[in-house]
Design a protein around this ligand. Structure first.
Ligand SMILES: Nc1nc2c(ncn2[C@@H]2O[C@H](COP(=O)(O)OP(=O)(O)OP(=O)(O)O)[C@@H](O)[C@H]2O)c(=O)[nH]1
Ligand SMILES: [Mg+2]
Length: 297
């Protein structure tokens, strides 16, 4: 299993390498502060967060701030920024129903497989719902993850109504006493309004016809896509009741700082991060570990 520290290796190598190079020049002068600004922006931390950090550093420029002090300032600011979006407990209700959304290929289905595996290991009884009914292969892929994780999948034929599959799955969870339902959905282009409508129907049917469930909408984003992720996220959050984020593929990007920019912009908590393709490469998002992961211990 890859931990956050290992998964963020690429981001850290680039960020820390550049920071060390800049700070090895001695005094923290205006030129060094500007170089640091470029490095933080390059790591996709976002303009807002970068400005806050730079403002603090600038206060110390000319004051012979040591590289350690600069790193301490960066760490403090990053932690403060991440801490502004607290991670809420799941809403009450039974079963807990997590509808997982996001555009093509961001890692929805694999995240669901990894999450099912993790929740099962934590003692929960989990059911998966194959609401991506667009492609037969999508249903089979979820089935495969279900087998790996050791959890059952509720499925219907290809082309059936995703909302009906979700409804079925919640009913099945009730009769089998499963506490968690995780629904896979099609990777839909956020610009295709009819598809977004279909996804909205999944939420509407569940919230109006399944009293008492704890309904969550998760949005999966690929950490590699930087600013484009934000546009996707804005479209999804405008149309759907999204309650939390998962950022995938942190292991394959040097732009892991995007977690901060995205969380800050959307004011939605990052719940889990994907750190590889294996079944245990999903970690709960931990701010302290994350900041250590990108800035070093
Ligand atoms: N390196 C890495 N690869 C990942 C991660 N998460 C998912 N992937 C890979 O990304 C690819 C797409 O993953 P899927 O889970 O099929 O994505 P999806 O969102 O369900 O895709 P569609 O159903 O086509 O929309 C696969 O090759 C996964 O192995 C991750 O955290 N790290
Ligand atoms: Mg999928």
């Amino acid at each position: 299993m890859r931990g956050l520290l290992q998964g963020l290796r690429k981001t850290k190598e680039r960020l820390l390498g550049s920071i060390q190079r800049i700070l090895s020049g001695g005094a923290l002068d205006e030129a060094a502060v500007e170089d640091l600004e470029g490095v933080l922006l390059g790591a996709d931390i976002g303009v807002e967060a970068t400005e806050r950090i730079i403002e603090r550093l600038r206060e110390r420029s000319g004051a012979n701030a040591s590289p350690e002090e600069c790193r301490r300032i960066m760490r403090e600011q990053l932690l403060a920024i991440v801490g502004e979006t607290p991670k809420p407990a799941p809403p009450p209700g039974n079963p807990r129903v997590i509808v997982v959304t996001g555009v093509n290929g961001v890692g929805k289905t694999s995240t669901i497989g990894k999450l099912a595996y993790r929740l099962k290991a934590e003692g929960h009884s989990v059911l998966l719902a194959a609401c991506d009914t667009f492609r037969a292969a999508a249903i089979d892929q979820l089935e495969l993850w279900g087998e790996r994780a050791g959890v059952q999948v509720v499925r219907q034929q290809m082309g059936s109504d995703p909302a009906a599959v979700a409804f079925d799955a919640v009913q099945a969870a009730r009769s089998r006493g499963a506490g968690v339902v995780i629904a896979d959905t099609a990777g839909r282009l956020h610009t295709r309004v009819n598809l977004m409508d279909e996804l909205r129907k999944v939420f509407t049917v569940l919230s109006t016809r399944m009293q008492g469930i704890g309904l969550e909408g998760w949005l999966v984003l690929d950490a590699n896509t930087g600013q484009n992720s934000l546009r996707q996220a804005e479209a999804f959050t405008a149309a759907l009741p999204i309650t939390g984020l998962v950022l995938t593929k942190l292991d394959s990007t040097a732009k892991g700082g995007a977690v901060i920019a995205i969380q800050q912009k959307l004011r939605l908590p990052v719940l889990y991060v994907g750190l590889g393709e294996g079944i245990d490469d999903l970690a709960p998002f931990d701010p302290e570990e994350f900041v250590s992961g990108i800035l070093g211990e």
